[in-house]
Design a protein around this ligand. Structure first.
Ligand code: FAD
Length: 464
């Protein structure tokens, strides 16, 4: 039957996956309803993820650079941090984007239904008392921070990424539990603001998805700035006391030790929201962890229901959600589209930035795939040195058979922007000669991609 509201396509969740899918479906002529539980559109990415973190990371970069240029003949006074002002800037950026989405939805006649949605049948969602019926549905319910059973999450001194972005205060000593992208980005912000940082990571390196050599310059830099970085170490207990949070650590030798912090940021990963939407009532299977399985057209087991973004699996990244959203919307509109990206780039917007795409050396070794590499150290890049930085590196991985680019890693300022060229090279099947013969503007950091290809070919002549 028909609900209180009906649309040809209903999208559940308004994050980057959901709003992209809703707008694309509307542009293709479908009537669209977008369901969102929060007051603001844009999901995690715009409200408490990608965007506010980048606004604060920019401010952090200004602070640390202002300090470092003192060595190059330019001295600033110690920066005066006005937390309310920083929060205001961050909120303004977020507000512009989320407010913009409202306008874009209106222009396309995408109807927003506010509230928490749950399936009540194969063609019906209940949104807190309002029934919304659909011909086709796109689930874009996203993910939330993982919590751990032995941690007093109710204590206000225990925060997740959302709490960290609120920037309530700058703690004296802060523990970042989890050395992945989100934890390290927040560590970078709080370090610049003056907190003493400790990072603890279970694996033998920070940012475990990236190659060790690509992560090394970041590791070197933060080693010099942070109080402690514990690798191969787990946290076994966090105890809330008046004087602080007492944390018990256990290293890989089984040795335990403890320390007390003013704040603990939990950044151990995100879990999908698939279990909360009664998907079974629509015949959509959700696995034990909360992920929804889909085919290459983003279709779930129920042929008229699609799923996209964080709720369908790794990597949990906004640009992946956006592309999946377009595929789902176009398939809804009758187009024969598939999600067939060869690669999805990953970026840690730390200082220096760490970015990688395609095959990594670690993964190639594990899978028994042969790769050859071209590496260009930024110490030989004129532009990098002009920035007062020399620790960066650009690495390209090639298939030894045909010299095509299969992967790459970049570390250094703006690595996140630079990695896009390597992603394009892989998608286009470019080889070392293609990258070596493409004229890059001088002096730019983008030249390091060109130089890495020339290093591999052995044709590099003049550095800087
Ligand atoms: P989400 O953005 O999670 O959106 C889901 C939406 O659905 C939410 O608005 C939620 O309220 C709503 N919803 C869920 N269930 C229901 C329901 N039943 N009823 C109604 N509404 C519902 N990714 C990057 O690519 N680059 C970055 O720099 C980056 N930085 C990040 C920084 C942080 C601190 C965090 C936490 C994440 C970051 N990410 C980043 C990850 C990125 O935010 C996610 O990959 C992205 O938001 C996923 O989009 P999505 O559309 O799948 O879902």
């Amino acid at each position: 039957g028909r609900g209180d509201v009906h649309a040809e396509v209903v999208v559940l969740g308004s994050g980057p996956g959901g709003y992209t899918a809703a707008f694309r479906a509307a542009d293709l002529g479908k009537s669209v309803v977008l369901i969102e539980k929060d007051d603001s559109l844009g999901g995690v990415c715009l409200n408490v993820g990608c965007i506010p973190s980048k606004a604060l990371l920019h401010m952090a970069k200004v602070i640390t650079e202002a300090g470092e240029v003192a060595h190059h003949g330019l001295k600033f006074a110690k920066p005066e941090v006005d937390l309310a002002g920083l929060r205001g800037f961050k909120n303004e950026v977020v507000g512009k984007l989320t407010g913009g989405l409202g306008g874009l939805a209106k222009a396309r006649k995408v109807k927003i239904v506010k509230g928490f949605g749950k399936f009540t049948g194969p063609n019906m969602i209940d949104v807190e008392g309002t029934s919304v019926s659909f011909d086709q549905c796109i689930i874009a319910a996203g993910s939330e921070p993982v919590t751990l059973p032995f941690i007093p999450h109710d204590d206000p001194r225990v925060i997740d990424s959302t709490g960290a972005l609120e920037l309530e205060n700058v703690p004296g000593r802060m523990l970042v539990l989890g050395g992945g992208i989100i934890g390290l980005e927040m560590a970078c912000v709080y370090d610049a603001l003056g907190a003493k940082i400790t990072v603890v990571e279970l694996m033998d390196q920070i940012i475990p998805g990236a190659d060790k050599d690509v992560v090394k310059p970041l590791m070197q830099r933060i080693k010099g700035r942070y109080e402690n970085i514990f690798l191969k170490t787990r946290v076994t207990a966090v105890e809330a006391k008046d004087e602080g949070l007492t944390v018990t650590f256990e290293d890989d030798q089984g040795e335990t030790f403890s320390d007390t912090f003013d704040k603990v940021l939990i950044a151990v990963g995100r879990r999908p929201n698939g279990k909360k939407i009664d998907a079974d009532k629509a015949g959509v299977a959700v696995d034990e962890r909360g992920f929804i399985g889909v085919d290459s057209q983003q279709r779930t087991g129920a042929k008229h229901i699609f799923a996209i973004g964080d709720v369908v699996g790794q990597p949990m990244l906004a640009h992946k959600a956006v592309h999946e959203g377009k595929v789902a919307a176009e398939v809804c509109a009758g187009e024969n589209r598939h999600f067939d990206a060869k690669v999805i780039p990953s970026v840690a917007y730390t200082d220096p930035e760490v970015a990688w795409v395609g095959v990594t050396e670690t993964q190639a070794k594990a899978d028994g795939i042969k790769v050859e590499k071209g590496v260009f150290p930024w110490a030989a890049s004129g532009r990098s040195l002009s920035l007062g930085r020399s620790e960066g590196m650009t690495k390209l991985l090639f298939d030894p058979q045909d010299q095509r680019v299969v992967g790459g890693g970049i570390v250094g300022p703006n690595a996140g922007d630079l990695i896009a060229e390597i992603a394009l090279a892989i998608e286009m099947g470019a080889d070392a000669v293609d990258l070596g013969h493409t004229i890059h503007p001088h002096p730019t950091l983008s030249e390091t991609v060109n130089f890495a290809a020339e290093m591999f070919e052995g044709t590099i002549t003049d550095l800087m």
